[in-house]
Ligand binder design. Structure first.
Ligand SMILES: Cc1ncc(COP(=O)(O)O)c(C=O)c1O
Length: 368
């Protein structure tokens, strides 16, 4: 059987081995160290933010943002329904209440019209609208102008889940840097990985200090142990940072390759499916997602590729369809259901060459 083609495997083609060796040789096997410092600095530069706190996952980063903004029981947090559950679980860790908002069809992200309707309803029902978690799904910039304006109008905190959006931008500004806090992920399938990992990015110094303390067991800066509040062990290890730092140095090349892959798909699919791209701003082309004309096609294609040991994956199954969120309110317009029914993520690893894409697209075309 031919070697498995994964959806988006890690690509270690930079200084990963060197930085890991340096970390090991210097004995910095801890949630501190020079590799972690370099990674933090590079993240700030890359995202144009004043502060970055590397942590152990994107999920922890979202949780920390909610904690630092004092989101608690009874607070409403408006979230997109079309996302990965990790965008939402931290809302439940805080015993706050997620309200799901369907997508607009341009970017597949949160629909600002439905969002405003949901906020107005909650005000009328005397609930406590508190925050928006805005996800830039597949790295596609959401409708930031409209959503920022809504957040300001109703005095809501804006947290950007930019877990999939490192390197994407809107009006020349990095995604994740628009809201009160942004969350990034460096898990194994992301453009930049440390094996696992995440980061909170922000321009707000007070929030930064709060996040830093909370991520480190809420230890106060004292020569002895003092804790004023409940803390979390969410720090990133220096070894993960060594890998992630080498990866981040290569972000530009990785995005160029991802864009090349998407362009090859566009040529070789020859109209068999519609390739999703950012409608506004610039996306990082993390995964090539395609929409088929028929809802039967994604599963047919997925199975045909699987037979050749090639991984493809359904797009996110919306949160309003998930049993775990069955009691949550959702504002729906049918867009995310349709996207889920008709779309598929295709192999997008940066090691792929044009011959691989021709092979994959041949299988797709034959299976339809
Ligand atoms: C949109 C989104 N949010 C949050 C996360 C959580 O990140 P992590 O897996 O690093 O916890 C991910 C990735 O897994 C994601 O894709």
């Amino acid at each position: 059987m031919q070697k498995r083609v994964y959806l988006s495997p890690p690509d270690l083609s930079g200084n990963e081995f060197r930085y890991i060796q340096e970390a090991l040789e210097s004995n910095w096997i801890a949630p501190f160290g020079p590799q972690l410092d370099s990674f933090t600095e590079l993240l700030q530069t890359q995202t144009g933010t004043s502060f970055a706190v590397p942590v152990n996952s994107g999920t922890s980063a979202i949780h920390l943002a909610l904690l630092a903004l004092h989101i608690q029981e009874g607070d409403l947090v408006f979230c997109p329904t079309f996302t990965f559950a990790a965008s939402i679980f931290p809302v439940l860790y805080q015993r706050a209440t997620p309200v799901f908002i369907d997508s607009e069809s341009h970017s597949w992200n949160m629909d600002p019209v439905l969002l405003e309707q949901a906020i107005l309803d909650s005000i009328e029902n005397k609930q406590k609208p508190k925050a928006i978690i805005l996800v830039h799904i597949y790295g596609f910039p959401a409708m930031l102008d409209q959503i920022q304006a809504i957040a300001a109008k109703y005095h809501l905190y804006l947290i950007e889940d930019a877990a999939e959006a490192l390197g994407s931008s809107y009006k020349n500004k990095a995604l994740g840097s628009f809201g009160h806090a942004g969350a990034l992920s460096f898990n194994g399938n992301k453009l930049v990985t440390g094996g696992t990992g995440g980061a909170v990015i922000t321009n707000d110094e007070e929030l930064f200090n709060e996040v830093r303390v909370l991520a480190n067991q809420a230890k106060e800066e004292k020569p002895y142990y003092e804790h004023l509040q409940v803390g979390y062990n969410y720090r990133m290890c220096n070894l993960n940072a060594a890998v992630a730092c080498a990866q981040l140095e290569q972000l530009g090349q990785k995005i160029n390759k991802k864009k090349q892959i998407r362009a090859w798909y566009a040529i070789h699919l020859s109209g068999a499916a519609n390739i999703k791209q950012a409608d506004a701003g610039i996306d990082n082309a993390w995964l090539t997602c395609v929409e088929f004309a028929s809802a039967e096609s994604p599963e047919k294609v997925r199975l045909a590729l699987e037979e050749e040991n090639i991984e493809s994956r359904n797009v996110w199954n919306p949160m309003h369809r998930q049993p775990v969120f069955k009691d949550c309110t959702a504002y729906l317009n049918g867009v995310s259901d349709a996207v889920f029914a008709n779309s598929l993520c295709l192999p997008s690893g940066t090691q792929l060459i044009e011959k691989d894409i021709i092979h994959i697209t041949d299988i797709i075309k034959r299976s339809l």
